[in-house]
Design a protein around this ligand. Structure first.
Ligand code: SF4
Length: 458
């Protein structure tokens, strides 16, 4: 496996091997699926849309609807206005969504289609029914990564839809960032347990984990509703989780409707969940209920029970910046040593945050933005680690580095199912992560220890 990967690291300027990111539109598609009754629309050639839908389906094991402008060579030269106008006409006639959220691909970005103008003309020409809505975001795939696309879709949705009536309501907006449907459900559960009225946006719970009823629903029951999207402008505060995914949307709402924004890390692990609960506590001027206190206590108990197995274990991680920042902090909190942390998403801020988090325990941590899994693998060959964490593509590295324990974490996970059903956010999610880590270490021991060293009790 990966025999071509040598331990000798050569400087690469142009070649990318096994990227730790994908392109913007898939993030915009995922965010749009978190809007109730919304059809994501990819303005470009149809290959992008097919790839993004299939990648989301492989990850969530659910149908993923999206339409495309299906550019041909002619549209690539003369512009995609006719394609988008025809698409909107067909979408509303055949699929009848409440809303269409248009995003772009590198093709339509390179030719420079003016999407707002095309939408306005389609509306004027009666191609968009009076009671329907079309919004858009620009998602050039040569800028940033899939998380940038998620962020752009969220910010643009607010720009189009959120309004301030002038009357502030006792409601808090929660922007969860790019997390799993089960995570969104857990965030809602925690906010509910704290007694807050909230609006979660986007919300893919009950969209990408909808129950099997025997009937196919093109637009499942979940998703943030249009009424909620409009009403977000009247909330008294926004709590935005994960700066890369949620900050732009929170700032847009602050600028547009004067809703103050508080940006925190994704609530993965002990400290980041504490920060989330505290943000809810302060926002709602409430006390933390005993139920949540106990959940936290159970997590701390597990950390102390198992600390001897975590102590100074070296970890290599790759994935998306918001996930990695919280996960790195959590590993440090339980006594482990993040050794190399790699994201494919560009941005020096990520590298600074990882160095800050590891300053006391491992000042030599390697933190790299805009890098790839090939580099991570070569580095591991020179500096062996005890654990690898990342998306499905890490399994090849784990296999190549015989017996390297590997935990699937982030997007995409194409070869396991639990990520969609069980949260990694909150204290409950942190418990699950610790269970996975200890299981990975114990499985390795059970497999490799000599007969006389196999322990019944660990
Ligand atoms: S990089 Fe461009 S062409 Fe490739 S899938 Fe993304 S948007 Fe489409």
């Amino acid at each position: 496996m990966l025999e071509g990967t040598t331990s000798e690291i050569r400087e690469r300027k142009a070649l990318r091997v096994n990227p730790a990111k994908t392109c913007q539109p898939i993030g915009a598609m995922y965010a749009a699926l978190g809007i109730n009754g919304c059809m994501p629309h990819s303005h470009g050639s149809q290959g992008c849309c097919a790839y993004h839908r299939s990648q989301l389906t492989r990850h969530y094991k659910e149908p993923v609807v999206a339409t495309t402008s299906s550019f041909t060579e002619g549209a690539s030269v003369f512009g995609g206005m006719a394609n988008l106008t025809t698409a909107l006409d067909n979408i509303f006639t055949i699929y009848d969504p409440k809303m269409v959220a248009v995003h772009t691909t590198c093709l339509s970005e390179v030719i420079g289609d003016d999407i707002p103008m095309i939408i306005a003309k389609a509306k004027k020409d009666g191609k968009i029914p009076e009671d329907k809505i079309v919004i858009h975001t620009n998602t050039p795939s040569f800028v940033g990564s899939h998380v940038t696309g998620f962020s752009n879709q969220c910010a643009s949705t607010i720009k189009y839809l959120s309004k301030s009536s002038g009357e502030t309501k006792n409601v808090v907006n929660l922007f969860p960032g790019w997390v799993e449907p089960a995570d969104m459900r857990e965030i809602k559960r925690l906010a509910g347990a704290m007694g807050l009225d909230y609006i979660l946006f986007p919300d893919t719970s009950d969209v990408l984990d909808s129950p099997q009823t025997g009937y196919y629903k093109m637009y499942p029951d979940g998703g943030t509703t249009l009424e909620q999207l409009e009403a977000m402008g009247d909330s008294f505060q926004t709590i935005a989780m994960g700066p890369l995914c949620s900050q732009a949307a929170a700032e847009q709402l602050e600028k547009q409707c004067n809703v103050p924004a508080k940006v925190i890390d994704l609530p993965i692990g002990l400290k980041a969940t504490d920060a989330f609960i505290d943000a809810l506590r302060v926002a709602g001027d409430v006390s933390v209920p005993e139920e949540i206190d106990k959940e936290r206590g159970r997590l701390v108990d597990m950390i102390s029970d198992m600390s001897q197995y975590f102590h100074q274990k070296k970890v290599a991680l790759f994935g998306d910046p918001d996930h990695l920042i919280s996960m790195t902090q959590f590993l440090v909190d339980v006594g482990m040593t993040p050794a190399i942390v790699v994201t494919g998403t560009p941005g020096k801020k990520f590298e600074r945050r990882i160095h800050e988090i590891c300053a006391d325990t491992n000042p030599d941590v390697v933190a790299l933005a805009f890098s790839d899994i090939h580099y991570l693998h070569q580095w591991i060959k020179q500096n062996p680690v005890d654990l690898l964490m990342g998306n499905t593509y890490g399994k090849f590295v784990a296999r190549a580095e015989k017996n390297l324990p590997f935990i699937r974490f982030g997007f995409p996970i194409l070869d396991r199912v639990g990520h969609r059903a069980f949260p990694t956010v909150g204290y409950a999610g942190a418990l699950r992560l610790l269970e996975k880590i200890t299981d990975a270490f114990f499985d390795l021991r059970d497999r490799n220890d000599s007969d006389e060293n196999v322990e019944l009790v660990l």
